[in-house]
Design a protein around this ligand. Structure first.
Ligand code: ADP
Ligand code: MG
Length: 360
């Protein structure tokens, strides 16, 4: 099977690429900055450095919020033909903390109380009624860079004036006391691929590794696992990181990260996180292919059976072949229609580009 990793080529992406190469027969690394999309013809056109990109069974696309339009466009153009761990619309949701919290609200995912106000006057009204300290957040911040801590109304009010002057949208959020700790869980489908606890550096409130946080191994309990898997599903991600604050009210989800760095969590846990991600992608791609083949095969069988006695006629199937190492595995339909059995002997006629198999 063939895969593509569309990314900005970070160290985490390079690790993931190397691990994917251990599972997939071929893996192309595509720099998202070289992608062009053409819409308007019956099939959307996806070019990389001006050339049409290949055909893939799996496309893992990731990048920062600046690339959301490209991520969404490229995945929606390729969605029908390849397995993707992140749905096109998920890029828009996951890279915007407001849309993420709206998705959490829809799916009953526990989160800190979060406020949105569309004018400074309305925001100040919220500041008057809320308990301090509070958190102010930029919807598209990452690595802790868009998170502001305000201990009092005076601090929050001056921050809001500045944000409004800079025309920066913001969220107001209840502060969850965790002693500067958060939990990062990497979710793959219904499973947890890796998890760590991060502790904020001295004099810091943000636990992100990029803000000086330190990671240590952590095993979530069944409840936290369930919440993480549900949070990932709420935004439509099969593969992502989920950030959780464990406060007095229990675990609360603050974020999903569609392009999580894996260096910090690999170091903290000692686990082969890139390997687990690659294995997950491979298994899902294989499942999708199998499901696709059997659905197609069932449909074809139905059509064949519909015609009177058509079962004996020669049928043409246009399909990919499943290569297992250097061997070729034929679709199940070939066994069903030929009624070949293990006990039979066969004549194979083989030429370049052609293969026929007949019972001897
Ligand atoms: N409501 C909150 N209460 C307390 N700490 C918070 C809150 N929200 C975020 N933090 C701290 O800031 C860090 C970064 O916040 P997060 O929402 O995950 O944004 P980012 O995308 O920047 O990682 C969290 O890991 C946590 O340590
Ligand atoms: Mg975070």
């Amino acid at each position: 099977m063939k895969a593509a990793l569309i990314s900005l080529g970070s160290v985490s992406s390079q690790w993931t690429l190397a691990a994917m190469k251990q599972h997939f027969k071929e893996v192309d690394a595509i720099d998202i900055r070289n992608i062009e999309i053409g819409l308007g013809s019956p099939q959307p056109e996806v070019l990389c450095s001006g050339k049409p990109i290949g055909k893939y069974d799996c496309v893992y696309a990731k990048g920062s919020f600046r690339f959301v339009p490209t991520l969404r466009a490229v995945t929606s153009a390729l969605y029908k033909t390849a397995y993707m761990p992140i749905k096109p619309a998920t890029f828009t949701i996951g890279h915007d903390k407001l849309l993420t919290h709206l998705a959490f609200q829809h799916h009953n995912i526990p989160m800190p109380t979060t406020y949105l106000a569309s004018s400074l006057t309305a925001a100040k009204k919220i500041l008057e009624k809320i308990n301090y300290p509070i958190i102010l957040k930029l919807p598209s911040g990452t690595g802790g860079k868009g998170v502001m801590y305000a201990e009092s109304y005076a601090a929050a009010s001056s921050l809001l004036d500045t944000l409004t002057t800079l025309r920066q949208p913001f969220l107001i959020q209840e502060y969850i006391e965790t002693g500067g700790e958060d939990i990062r869980i990497i979710v793959g489908g219904d499973k947890i691929l890796a998890s760590m606890k991060r502790k904020a550096g001295l004099n810091e409130k943000r636990a992100n590794i990029h803000s000086g946080g330190e990671g240590e191994p952590f095993s979530p309990d069944a409840h936290m696992k369930k919440i993480s898997v549900e949070a990932a599903k709420a935004v439509g991600a099969d593969l992502c990181a989920v950030d959780i604050l464990e406060g007095a009210k229990g675990p609360l989800v603050v974020e999903v990260n569609l392009s999580p760095g894996i260096q910090g969590i690999t170091k903290a846990t000692g686990a082969d996180v890139a390997g687990k991600i690659a294995k997950f992608l491979f298994e899902r791609t294989h499942e999708r292919k199998q499901a696709g083949t059997s659905v197609e095969a069932q449909q074809l069988m139905k059509e064949i059976n519909r015609g009177n006695g058509a079962q004996n006629d020669e049928q043409q199937i246009i399909t990919n072949l499943d290569f297992r190492g250097e061997r070729i595995l034929l679709p199940k339909l070939a066994t069903e229609m030929t009624k070949f059995s293990e006990k039979d002997e066969f004549v194979l006629k083989i030429a370049k580009g052609k293969l026929t198999v007949e019972r001897a």
